[in-house]
Design a protein around this ligand. Structure first.
Ligand code: SF4
Ligand code: SF4
Length: 113
């Protein structure tokens, strides 16, 4: 994990609008892609195995256990026109599908660098 990785991830995360989820909700949590930077930030060496209930191991009753260190796809959910929260939560202005795809393309480039 280098400073360059951290900066590239920070810059990408900053493009994603923030919003408030329902307290304790993890309904959209499941298997997500992890970059090597994100794995290291979460103290992992490999993506977490799916639990028997098909949820992510960090999904606890109070919400995401690693909220501030969650991967990009977790941050993107609920913020893009074609990735809406099933409970209607989200930022005032959703990202367009093109903007969402551009973020994912950039993520794929930095995730493997
Ligand atoms: S985006 Fe919606 S479904 Fe996902 S955790 Fe937030 S409130 Fe729950
Ligand atoms: S890392 Fe957190 S936000 Fe992402 S799927 Fe797991 S519990 Fe949900």
């Amino acid at each position: 994990m280098t400073d360059k990785d951290a900066k590239a991830h920070r810059q990408l995360y900053a493009k994603i609008p923030r919003f408030k989820c329902i307290e304790g909700c993890t309904d959209c949590c499941g298997p997500v892609p992890w970059s090597s930077f994100e794995l290291a930030a979460a103290g992992l060496t490999a993506p977490p195995p799916e639990r028997a209930d098909k949820q992510c191991q960090f999904a606890l009753k109070g919400g995401c256990e690693i909220h501030e260190r969650r991967p990009l796809m977790c941050r993107l959910f609920g913020t893009v026109e074609d990735l809406r929260c099933p409970h209607g939560r989200g930022p005032l202005q959703l990202l367009s599908v093109d903007e969402g795809h551009a973020i994912v393309r950039r993520y794929k480039r930095i995730a493997v660098s």
